[in-house]
Design a protein around this ligand. Structure first.
Ligand SMILES: Cc1ncc(COP(=O)(O)O)c(C=O)c1O
Length: 399
């Protein structure tokens, strides 16, 4: 039993995170274990990363095989796993070409660089502007924190990168500004994850895509949190009537092995040529082994068909809780990316849940974020509901 969740550890690791006082040493499926042997139900999936659960067998086997053969070689040589993963990603999306990197921020960096270079070199345009949206989150590098529409992420890092503008999210009237701004690209999350699990409204997205098309603006979607099955389809854009020019992915792609990528339509991909972008580790044999095994497993096992039933079941359970606990104001999100909007401190709920052996997350001060693996079972959803209810009861009692 974990009792005290308020004390933080002192370590020589730089203090860039407020960590929960839990040391996880093992994981399998929907469960993780700490160094004291306590078992936790993990409904965070490493923040939408371990979409197949912890240490999934198909990925483990592929990684073990690759470990025997070749760990790394430079991108100056052909990498078969990279070619195959790119083929799977393009066969299952509207994109035609893939660039591999190591993280979400790097994927968005690649998208921003591609947009600028496409505008300047291919279109011959003087605009390098990238429009993003308020409350968005696109990463922590200088360009991607500038792209992020949240001052708290940018605070203290001035001077920020030039060439970004922000519009209000889900605001149809604000979209008119795109015709005068004439940006090189628009970058958006279809569900703002870190910003509070806020889905983009479909009519707004359709209008945005139409304006982008009419004005030759690249439409780039940041699917770093929503991609690789998280919202019930391989990519969230499939649930909107759009075909993005660029899709950025990371998190779930490697089941926990670091990898990121952008998938671009052939026309947008013309922005890059040999020498215009690169990465030592991007798409290396191990990372792309993990990516290939992950995406192939999702497709070949028809996992997303099974996810539909799990989403419905989880939705029903959350609805029952909402009816019982008045501090739950709204349930939002898509697929297995869920946000409970509460009018109490969401972090209190997350901290108390740890004492009930349940790991969940916040998304801002008033949203509890719930991210079970796509492989979650009905029994595990029942266990989650029981632990969350126990947590809510102790909060109501003021314990
Ligand atoms: C939508 C989105 N974009 C970008 C990022 C940055 O990804 P990374 O932390 O891998 O750099 C994140 C991470 O949470 C994200 O959710």
């Amino acid at each position: 039993m974990v009792n005290d969740t308020s004390v933080s550890l002192t370590t020589p690791v730089m203090a860039t995170y407020s960590r929960f006082p839990v040391t996880l040493v093992k994981g399998k499926g929907s469960y993780v274990w700490d160094d004291q042997g306590n078992q936790f139900l993990d409904f965070t999936s490493g923040i939408a990363t371990c979409n197949l659960g912890h240490v999934p067998d198909p990925v483990k086997e592929k990684l073990e095989e690759q470990l025997q053969n070749l760990w790394h070689c430079s991108n100056l040589y052909n990498i078969p796993n990279q070619q195959q993963l790119a083929a799977v990603l393009t066969a299952n999306s509207c994109g035609d070409q893939v660039f591999f990197c190591n993280s979400g921020a790097e994927a968005n960096e690649a998208a921003i660089k591609l947009a600028r270079r496409y505008a300047n070199k291919v279109k011959g345009s003087s605009s390098s502007l990238v429009v993003t949206f308020q409350q968005s989150f696109h990463g922590r590098t200088l360009a991607t924190l500038t792209a992020t529409g949240q001052e708290k992420i940018q605070h203290g890092f001035a001077p920020l990168m030039p060439g970004f503008s922000y519009l209000p999210f889900n605001d149809e009237t604000a979209l008119e500004q795109l015709t005068t701004l004439k940006p090189a690209a628009v970058l958006l999350e279809l569900i703002q994850g870190e910003g509070g699990v806020i889905p983009a409204n479909p009519e707004w997205v359709t209008k945005l895509a139409q304006i982008c098309k009419e004005n030759q603006i690249l439409l780039m979607v940041d699917e770093i949190q929503t991609g690789i099955g998280r919202t019930g389809t391989l990519f969230a854009y499939e649930q909107y009537s759009i075909e993005p020019d660029v899709i950025s992915i990371a998190k779930g792609l490697g089941s926990g092995f670091p990898i990121g990528a952008i998938i671009a339509k052939e026309e947008a991909a013309k922005g890059f040529e040999p020498g215009s972008h690169g990465s030592t580790f991007g798409g290396n044999p191990l990372a792309t082994a993990a990516g290939l095994a992950t995406v192939s497993h999702i497709i070949e096992s028809n996992l997303l068909e099974q996810v539909k039933g799990k989403v419905d079941y989880l939705d029903q359970q959350l609805q029952v809780l909402k009816e019982k606990y008045t501090f739950i104001k709204e349930i939002r999100g898509k697929g297995l990316l869920k946000g409970l909007v509460v009018d109490i401190n969401a972090l209190d709920i997350v901290q108390k849940a740890i004492t009930n052996q349940l790991l969940i997350l916040t998304a801002g001060p008033n949203v509890v974020r719930i991210l079970p693996p796509l492989t979650v079972s009905k029994e595990e959803i029942n266990e989650f509901t029981a632990s969350l209810e126990k947590t809510f009861q102790s909060i109501e009692k003021g314990a």
